[in-house]
Design a binder for this molecule. Structure first.
Ligand SMILES: [Zn+2]
Length: 50
């Protein structure tokens, strides 16, 4: 029972926000920035070119 409770508490760990290195907006960790499309210094999403 105790183990199950601990696992549930850790589930949302990956949803932490960090600051985009390209545009400085808050972006979920390990996700491409939704504002500029950059992730780890590379553009991985096409933004604003629709
Ligand atoms: Zn960005």
């Amino acid at each position: 029972m105790r183990l199950r409770t601990r696992k549930a508490a850790n589930r949302w760990h990956a949803a932490l926000l960090h600051k985009c290195g390209q545009c400085g907006s808050a972006t979920p960790s390990h996700r491409a920035c939704r504002a500029c499309g950059y992730y780890k210094g590379r553009q991985v999403l096409t933004v604003g070119a629709l």
